[in-house]
Design a protein around this ligand. Structure first.
Ligand code: ATP
Length: 513
């Protein structure tokens, strides 16, 4: 990447708009913050990603089924899950700029700056000394040790403050670290307050406490409350999984970075119910399986890494994120959590209903343990878009913008062009469209020179362009131009369906799993 990461990211955002992938919500009214709409190409790409996930989960596993639960749930669900009492972020305002921040993010960013300083010292020393021993340097260099101590001190203070719910101490950390508002440069902060991230509304015509209802902040609870319904009606035997995709809503305090953090977004979650004591095995299994799924997209294995959680939520006994290298650095893409029997036990307690499974092999009943995989569809979309977006210098000195999307996920699979708008070529092109459209989304384009038509399709990410020329009328062949290599082959018209099916169907991805 020759340009600065922030410029590269800006280019992706404007490209998304220019080519009908993503628009700001209600743009004609100047937009709604952190809410986005998917355009004609974005909707297709998103649908294809969702379908690939669904098929990989439900179609490829005999013991996984899918459901579609409502967004609204009984309000007690969110009491039981802990979201009413604990789904909070600490927020702080700067009195001069009137900007609002997440206190934890301000502190994290401050720590990251100190970490950068350490990295710089290490880099400098690496260049200076031959046979450089990094571990040794980190533990003995006075400046590095001082920085590291500072980081440990801040992290410990912050962890304790959050555990104790001591928001005054969180503010004190910001004051002691002399953190300034990036907009106003001032240190004129308000106190820190807790802010619940759930959106609420009222159900029916009665207003008041009793009718408060929430927009779900995660899809998982719809699975937990239905687990026995599915188990019984589907005669599922443990271990089994329930998958679901759907909208979730979080009133994020600071929503930035395009579709990375939105207030309305979509999740794809799978809860895997297993026998207590086997959860660690399944946790490892799902970590591997999910990484393999991401790798199958062909966006570069080096773009993914695990980040195992050291500090676990009290109900989890293992947790890891799959991080992706976004244009703004490695960030969480998917979470894999071993959640024990916490959620089901909570729902038993709050509903007063038994949520046990009778294990015929054990001859005993128990509340299953759960391993969950949870990925944001929009974040996944952004990861694919940012890895696929390329500005290439061509041999003739021109540049082209190409979206090297995995062919099976591309919104349009092939574009058909008549070389010229006469001599019966448009008619033959239409015939080819009619032959292909039962299998795939294909498009027709006869405007401008063929080279420009190629560029338009490259920018959308269409993997194949099929050109009908005069030779086609004589021998029934067309040229097929490959998006990534720009190579062209001559292919018989009747072989086109097979050619595409082999390369752009979901099967081509699923076979790699
Ligand atoms: P983060 O730390 O980034 O806020 P999280 O740990 O709260 O995320 P989870 O609750 O584990 O996220 O949700 C599972 C997945 O849902 C995340 O890995 C992410 O892909 C997606 N996700 C969560 N919040 C958002 C959001 N506001 N916008 C888009 N995707 C989101």
């Amino acid at each position: 990447m020759s340009q600065k990461p922030e410029d590269f990211f800006k280019n992706i955002i404007s490209h998304s708009k220019e080519y009908g992938y993503i628009f700001q919500s209600s743009e004609i009214y100047d937009g709604l913050s952190a809410v986005y709409d998917y355009g004609q190409n974005g909707a297709e790409l998103k649908k294809n990603i969702r379908e690939y996930w669904w098929r990989a989960m439900v179609q490829m596993h005999e013991n996984i089924v899918g459901i579609d639960a409502a967004i609204f749930m009984h309000p007690t669900t969110w009491k039981a899950s802990g979201h009413v009492d604990a789904f909070n972020d600490p927020l702080i305002d700067n009195k001069d700029s009137k900007k609002r921040y997440r206190a934890d993010v301000l502190i994290e960013e401050h720590v990251a700056k100190i970490e950068d300083k350490i990295e710089k010292e290490v880099e400098k020393a690496k260049k200076r000394f031959e046979n450089f021993d990094e571990a040794m340097f980190r533990s003995t260099n006075a400046r590095v040790v001082e920085y590291q101590n500072k980081i440990n001190d801040i992290n410990n203070r912050f962890k304790n403050a959050m555990n104790d719910g001591n928001l005054a101490e969180v503010k004190q950390i910001i004051v002691d670290c002399e953190i300034v508002d990036p907009v106003s440069g001032s240190r004129n902060w308000t106190d820190v307050r807790q802010f619940n991230l759930m959106f609420s509304t009222a159900m029916g015509s009665v207003d008041g406490e009793g009718s408060t209802i929430y927009l779900r902040p995660e899809t998982a609870q719809g699975i937990f409350v239905n687990y026995l319904n599915v188990q019984k009606t589907g005669r599922m035997k443990i271990p089994f999984g329930i998958a679901q995709t759907g909208k979730a809503f979080r009133n994020e305090i600071v929503a930035r970075q395009f579709i990375f953090r939105m207030r309305e977004f979509e999740q794809m979650e799978m809860q895997f119910f297993c026998k207590p004591g086997t959860e660690k095995e399944w946790y490892e299994y799902w970590k591997d399986a999910r990484l393999k799924w991401h790798h199958s997209l062909g966006l570069g294995k080096e773009n993914y890494k695990f980040h195992d959680h050291v500090k676990l939520a009290f109900y989890a006994n293992a947790a890891s994120d799959i991080e992706f290298q976004f244009p703004f650095g490695f960030k969480e893409l998917e979470g894999i959590h071993s959640r024990t029997d916490y959620d089901l036990k909570q729902h038993e307690q709050f509903s007063g209903k038994k949520l046990q499974y009778f294990d015929p092999e054990e001859g005993a009943s128990y509340v299953p343990y759960v391993v969950e995989t949870s990925v944001g569809l929009d974040r996944l979309f952004l990861s694919i878009l940012s890895a696929a977006f390329k500005e290439e210098k061509l041999q003739d000195g021109e540049t082209r913008v190409v979206l090297s999307l995995p062919p099976a996920l591309a919104p349009i699979k092939a574009a058909v062009f008549p070389l010229v708008k006469k001599d019966g070529l448009p008619e033959l092109a239409e015939k080819i469209i009619n032959q292909l459209k039962f299998d795939h989304i294909v498009t027709y384009d006869e405007k401008d020179a063929v080279g420009r038509r190629y560029r338009r399709q490259d920018a959308i990410g269409t993997p194949y362009c099929i050109t009908v020329d005069h030779q086609s009328l004589e021998d029934g062949t067309v040229t097929v131009r490959h998006r990534d290599t720009m190579q062209q082959d001559r292919i018989k018209i009747e072989a086109l369906n097979d050619f595409l099916n082999e390369r752009v169907s979901m099967k081509s991805l699923l076979k790699q799993l």
